[in-house]
Design a protein around this ligand. Sequence first.
Ligand code: ZN
Length: 252
Amino acid sequence: MKFTKKQIDRYSRQIVLKKIGVIGQKRLLKSSVLIVGAGGLGAPIAIYLAALGIGRIGIVDKDNIVMSNLSRQTIFETNDINKKKASTAIRKLRKINPDIQLEPYNSNLTKININRILKNFDLIVDGSDNFRTRFLINDYCLKNKKILVSGAISKFDGQVYTFNFSKRNSPCLRCFIPKMPMDPDIDNCEHEGVLGTLGGIIGSIQANEVVKEILGIGDTLCGHILIIDALKLTFRKVKLNKRSDCYCNGKK
Ligand SMILES: [Zn+2]
């Protein structure tokens, strides 16, 4: 592919970076990322990935926008209430960057549709709000050797973890959380609350990890979990070991 003048202009601040350059920017434009959840995490993830030129972005979310989303889901406006989250987010992204392909999926991710939706994307970003979806995505990405960048927020805390299942020794979500918690469908933000900025902090780090994984630059977070306490403003990177009796090691 050859850059147009507009593309050179749009992505000039990244092209000038030695670790990205023309080759790196082309790689970003050729890559595809699926974002699960157009919520507090999905909003900043989608905005940054679209703006910086990921060539194809899909967003999965079955919900409609409600008033209580607006304190953190900054891609939406007050007059978007009752509209579909995925389609509305995609419409906003089209305005941010008309140079890329965008696909909304206004549905829940289930065992039945996960392969159809995820199979054509290089990398999966999890910004979902419940453990049932998180485990489903983990198991699918593990089986299909996809890269998964996952994030979670609650109250004033957040976590980021990357699993690169194309590498043999990557741990998985079940190494960290062996059993699906009771009430796997519960949305922690709804029940425990969350400060609006947490989505921006964690979602931006997830978007940053996506770029690093695609370009193969910097140190990958794979094999670690980043734990952020926004009140104390501490960032702890903790090693996450592959458990010998985990699902990812062939155990049921
Ligand atoms: Zn595991």
